[in-house]
Design a protein. Structure first.
Length: 158
C-alpha cells in the first residue's frame, strides 16, 4: 500500500515518482463461484487493490445485502453494478434507487444507507472508496438492522 503523503511542488522529484510507481498494481476480476457455500445472505468480497486513500473491491451476493442502515464518516463510495440488480435505501427505508447492470450511485460520507440484492441473478457490485485522510478506517457506524439477511463474509484478494 502506498503511504507517501501528498506531494507539494517542492517535494516532487524523480525519486518521489519512482517511489509511487512501485505501487502500480494490475488486477483482473473473475466472479468467485467456488467461494460460495450457499448460505442465505452470504457475501464474497474480492479485493482488487488499495492505497492509503482509495480502495477497490467487488461484493458478490447470491441473496441478501448490506443489511443494516449505516454511514461512513471518512469515505465517499462509488457503487457500480457489474451484474444483477440492487436496491439502495436511505433513512426510514426510503428507496434511493434500483440499479441494474452498468448503473449505480455515488454515496458521500455521512449519507445513511443499506442495500439488497434483487431477483434471482447473483449481484456483482463494484465498490470504490475514497478516504478523506491517509490510512483512515471507514468510520462505519451502524444505526439499525434492516429486513435483509446478512450472512458470512469471505474476503479474497486478486
Amino acid at each position: 500500500m502506498s503511504d507517501v503523503s501528498i506531494a507539494t511542488p517542492e517535494k516532487i522529484s524523480e525519486d518521489w515518482h519512482e517511489s509511487q510507481e512501485k505501487f502500480i498494481k494490475p488486477f483482473a476480476y473473475t466472479k468467485p463461484e467456488s467461494e460460495f457455500r450457499g448460505a442465505k445472505g452470504e457475501r464474497v468480497i474480492v479485493n482488487l487493490g488499495r492505497t492509503d486513500i482509495v480502495r477497490g473491491m467487488v461484493h458478490v451476493f447470491k441473496s441478501g445485502g448490506e443489511g443494516s442502515l449505516h454511514y461512513h464518516t471518512t469515505i465517499d463510495s462509488f457503487w457500480f453494478v457489474l451484474k444483477g440488480k440492487v436496491r439502495f435505501y436511505g433513512k426510514d427505508d426510503e428507496l434511493l434507487g434500483e440499479f441494474g447492470t452498468h448503473q449505480g450511485l455515488l454515496m458521500p460520507r455521512g449519507a445513511r444507507y443499506w442495500f439488497e440484492q434483487v431477483g434471482d441473478e447473483a449481484l456483482e457490485l463494484l465498490h470504490v472508496s475514497a478516504f478523506s485522510q491517509s490510512n483512515a478506517e471507514s468510520g462505519r457506524t451502524h444505526i439499525k438492522s434492516s429486513p435483509v439477511a446478512e450472512g458470512n463474509v469471505r474476503i479474497i484478494s486478486v
